[in-house]
Design a protein around this ligand. Structure first.
Ligand SMILES: [Zn+2]
Length: 352
C-alpha cells in the first residue's frame, strides 16, 4: 500500500473529532479581526506586517517566555468595546468548529479584557458569556468557560475576579485557572481564594511546571488540590512528583508547540510528551494560544504524531483522556466519550 499524501494526512487531522481543555481566548484572536480593530479604533499599528510580530511568534525571534508573554501585553490594546469582546469570543468558537473541535473549555482573563477601557470585571465576564450563548445553536461545538487570573497581577483584583466567576457558575463557567509568570511569582497568595471557590463547586487548574520546576506541580496538586495541571512538563525532573501525579491520575494539559515557542523546550523533537505517557501520566493535547502560535488543534495532533512519533491509537486514547478530564458532569463526560470514540474510529477507518 502506498503512503498517503500529505494532503490526505492533513485532511485526516482536520476530520478527527477533538477536545480542547487549554485554550486562552486572548491568544485566539484572528489577525484579520485585529487589523479591523486597528483601523476602526485608530490604534498605533500601521499594517499587518508590523502587527504580526507583536502578536504572533515568528521564526526569527528568540523563543523565550518574556517574548511570549509580551504578546499578551500588546493584545490587551484590542479589547475596546463589549462588541469586540463578544466578537472575539464568537470567532474563537467558530474557528474551533472549523477544526472539528467537539468540546472546548475556553479560558479567559477578565483583567486583560477589562484593561484598555477600564471596564468593570463583572461586565466583561457577562460579555464573554453572551458571546458563548449567541453561538449556541449556530455551531456544534460544546463550550464551557474557565476564568483565569495571573500570578503576576494584583491579588486583591484576582479575588474579585474569582468571586464573580463563582457567581456565574450557572452560566457555563466551570473552573478557575492560575496563569501568568510562573518563573518569578509565587502561587501561595492565591491559595485561599482558590480553596474557597473550590468549596463553592469550582474546578481548579493551575499553570505549573512550565516555566517553573516540578515543585510547582507538587504545590498545585498538594496545596491547591488542582483537578488538572496546565503544562506540567517539568514534572519529569522529580520522580517523586511524577509518582504523586501518577497515583492521583492528575490530568496534564500539555501544549507542545506552545512549550517550544515559549522556550521551555528548545528543540521541538525533544518534547517529553511520549516520556510523560510512558511514565503513566495522564496527558491531554491542547493548543494554549492558537493565534499566537499560528496553529490549530489539528496541527497539534499532527505534530504529536508526525514529529513526536505518537501512534494514532495513543492519540485516540489521549483525546478520550481529555473528555474524562473535562469539567463536565460525569454523565455528560461518559456520553461524549462514547460518541467521540466512535467518530474517531470511523475517521481512522476511512483513512486506512
Ligand atoms: Zn496557558
Amino acid at each position: 500500500m502506498s503512503e498517503p499524501s500529505q494532503k490526505a494526512k492533513d485532511e485526516f487531522y482536520k476530520e478527527l473529532p477533538k477536545v480542547e481543555l487549554h485554550r486562552h481566548l486572548e491568544g485566539s484572536l484572528r489577525v484579520k479581526t485585529m487589523m479591523e480593530i486597528v483601523r476602526s479604533h485608530n490604534l498605533d499599528v500601521k499594517d499587518t506586517g508590523y502587527l504580526r510580530p507583536l502578536v504572533q511568534v515568528a521564526g526569527d525571534m528568540d523563543y523565550t517566555f518574556e517574548n511570549f508573554l509580551a504578546k499578551f501585553g500588546t493584545l490587551r490594546l484590542f479589547y475596546k468595546s463589549p462588541e469586540i469582546i463578544k466578537r472575539i469570543t464568537k470567532e474563537a468558537i467558530a474557528d474551533a468548529e472549523e477544526d472539528n473541535v467537539w468540546y472546548m473549555e475556553l479560558r479567559f482573563t477578565p483583567v486583560a479584557l477589562s484593561q484598555a477601557e477600564a471596564f468593570p470585571i463583572s461586565e466583561v465576564i457577562d460579555w464573554v458569556i453572551e458571546g458563548v450563548h449567541e453561538m449556541e445553536g449556530e455551531t456544534d461545538v460544546q463550550v464551557r468557560l474557565i476564568v483565569s487570573v495571573n500570578r503576576h497581577e494584583q491579588v486583591s483584583v484576582a479575588e474579585e475576579v474569582i468571586q464573580r466567576a463563582v457567581d456565574r457558575q450557572q452560566d457555563g463557567i466551570v473552573g478557575i485557572d492560575l496563569a501568568g509568570n510562573e518563573a518569578e511569582y509565587a502561587a501561595g497568595p492565591f491559595q485561599k481564594m482558590f480553596a474557597e471557590a473550590q468549596r463553592e463547586g469550582m474546578k481548579i487548574t493551575i499553570h505549573a511546571g512550565e516555566w517553573g520546576g516540578p515543585e510547582n506541580v507538587r504545590e498545585a496538586v498538594q496545596v491547591f488540590g488542582a483537578d488538572r495541571v496546565g503544562h506540567g512538563i517539568r514534572v519529569l525532573e522529580d520522580p517523586n512528583v511524577v509518582r504523586l501525579a501518577e497515583e492521583r491520575k492528575i490530568p496534564f494539559e500539555v501544549c507542545v508547540t506552545s512549550n517550544h515557542h515559549s522556550g521551555v523546550i528548545e528543540v521541538l523533537e525533544d518534547h517529553p510528551l511520549s516520556e510523560m505517557i510512558l511514565e503513566g501520566l495522564n496527558v491531554t493535547i491542547n493548543t494554549d494560544d492558537p493565534s499566537i502560535s499560528r496553529i490549530t488543534l489539528g496541527h497539534e495532533y499532527k505534530t504529536v504524531m508526525e514529529t513526536l512519533g505518537l501512534p494514532v491509537w495513543v492519540l485516540r486514547e489521549r483525546v478520550l483522556a481529555a473528555v474524562r478530564a473535562s469539567f463536565l458532569p460525569p454523565r455528560r463526560r461518559q456520553q461524549l466519550a462514547y460518541q467521540l470514540s466512535e467518530a474517531f474510529s470511523n475517521v481512522m477507518m476511512n483513512y486506512q
